[in-house]
Design a protein around this ligand. Structure first.
Ligand code: GLU
Length: 279
């Protein structure tokens, strides 16, 4: 089976060097085996999503010398997320939750690998919150795991992992303002797109525990994963749009050659002050 990888940026800020590195890793892993490299725009991030950025993303990737096949953006796939959520509800594995972020903080939630671990306030609330616009749906991880039994997944660097979704807690799968959270959408999409090797940064490593659980519950094929190291600045902080890392678009407009930049990133030659967090 030929390898299929993907780059799945969210259009809520311009792409920077960290994204370029991630796209190149995914592209090259596919190219090395004569496989396919997909681009998927993850544009259901509510008001933070700026669809007009997607065009700049395509220009950036072409400037880096990458070739890709684009698959439908998440905003085109809302019905498939709703269908997946309906399946999980029928299995009795989702519960409605009215908690706000402040409620979760006040309930003494402890930090987990992907944000606060939900303390379960609405899980046992009787009567359950009425369904409606101000309700999110969370997965009951303990109940879901009891159904599937132990699950495993494989990362190219870290090797075989036992899925431990309880580390993340009962995360939201259907948001108050969107038919899916990142976790549900990405699992449905990777299956629909035939992705066989999920390539993304190590910052999403822990999310894979939950994704593996969702694949089992939804009866989806199980890919392999390649969580790559992250580009960090000299304080060890991940390069992020918010920290003002120069956008690829700015480099492009200044006349820099994208293919030369891509070749340097491939060789591990990063601009001054930037390194990989895990060489
Ligand atoms: N859309 C996510 C991001 O831009 C990436 C998701 C993934 O690769 O699974 O951070």
């Amino acid at each position: 089976m030929s390898v299929v990888t993907r780059f799945a940026p969210s259009p809520n800020g311009p792409l920077h060097l960290g994204h370029a590195y991630s796209a190149i890793v995914a592209h090259d892993l596919a190219a090395a085996q004569g496989g396919r490299f997909l681009l998927r725009i993850e544009d259901i991030d509510g008001p933070r999503s700026r669809p007009e950025l997607a065009d700049a993303f395509r220009t950036d990737l072409a400037w880096l010398g990458l070739a890709w096949t684009e698959v439908p953006a998440q905003s085109c796939r809302l019905a498939s997320y709703a269908a997946a959520a309906a399946t999980l509800k029928e299995l009795g594995l989702l519960y409605p939750c009215t908690c706000t972020r402040v409620d979760v903080e006040r309930a003494g939630a402890v930090p987990g690998p992907m944000g606060l671990v939900y303390p379960g306030t609405c899980r046992n609330r009787r009567p359950a919150p009425a369904e409606g616009a101000d309700v999110a749906w969370r997965i009951d991880v303990a109940k879901a795991l009891a159904r599937t039994g132990p699950l495993h997944w494989t990362d190219a660097h870290a090797g075989l992992q036992e899925a431990s979704p309880h580390l993340l807690g009962d995360v939201v799968l259907v948001r108050k303002e969107a038919p899916a959270s990142y976790h549900l959408a990405v699992v449905v999409d990777d299956a629909a797109d035939g992705v066989t090797l999920v390539t993304r940064g190590r910052d999403l490593f822990a999310a894979t525990h939950l994704h593996r659980l969702l694949q089992s519950l939804l009866d989806l094929p199980v890919p392999r994963w390649h969580h790559h190291p992250l580009l960090v600045d000299d304080t060890g902080a991940k390069l992020a749009k918010r920290r003002g890392s120069p956008a690829l678009a700015a480099r492009r407009r200044s006349g820099e050659d994208g293919r030369t930049l891509a070749a340097r990133l491939r060789r591990g030659q990063f601009p001054a002050g930037i390194t990989l967090d895990h060489p």
